[in-house]
Write a new protein. Structure first.
Length: 174
């Protein structure tokens, strides 16, 4: 049995997510697709990693236990526009600690391949876009995304399939 491609995301829910989704639609229409359009709005907490299908349930159980024990706060610290990347900067130290604990426990049970945490927490609006689209992408973001819009966050444990589809094995509101 082959390994599954897995990842843990923090995904916005509510008005902020709706604004980001509207931004994605508008920028795709105006500038064409960029790499951010290949995903739902999210903040990667781990990189993609491989593990067996049988390990998924234990990974979900580990996350379930750790997230119930944690007081997690996710704060947006600002909107950033770099030459090849636009998005939100995020601060969540308790979440980073929880993910580090998840990685340690998961590795002790099933030895997943390439399981690592993300140091830079962010939510991408646009990346790998044509340089000529920088200003219009920035303007659309500034006009359509209010970083103070109401938001809740869900931690989601996803599997990405070879055809590009996704399965969310579990989600937790934090």
């Amino acid at each position: 049995m082959s390994d599954r491609e897995l990842i843990v995301y923090a995904c916005p829910v509510g008005e902020l997510n709706e604004k980001i989704e509207a931004y994605f639609r508008k920028t795709r229409d105006v500038c064409g697709a960029n790499s951010a359009h290949n995903y739902m709005p999210h903040c990667s907490l781990t990189g993609f990693f491989q593990d067996s299908e049988t390990a998924i349930s234990s990974d979900v159980e580990i996350l379930n236990r750790l997230l119930k024990l944690s007081e997690i706060s996710i704060k947006i610290t600002g909107m950033t526009f770099k030459e090849h990347w636009h998005g939100l900067e995020i601060n969540a130290p308790e979440l980073k600690t929880t993910i580090a604990d998840f990685i340690a426990e998961s590795q002790a049970i099933s030895d997943p391949k390439n399981l690592r945490s993300k140091d830079w927490l962010h939510l991408s609006f646009a990346y790998n876009f044509e340089a000529g689209n920088y200003e219009i992408l920035k303007k659309i973001a500034l006009d359509s995304i209010d970083i103070n819009a109401p938001v809740q966050w869900e931690i989601r444990f996803y599997q990405r399939h070879e055809d590009g589809s996704w399965t969310c094995h579990q989600s937790w509101t934090v």
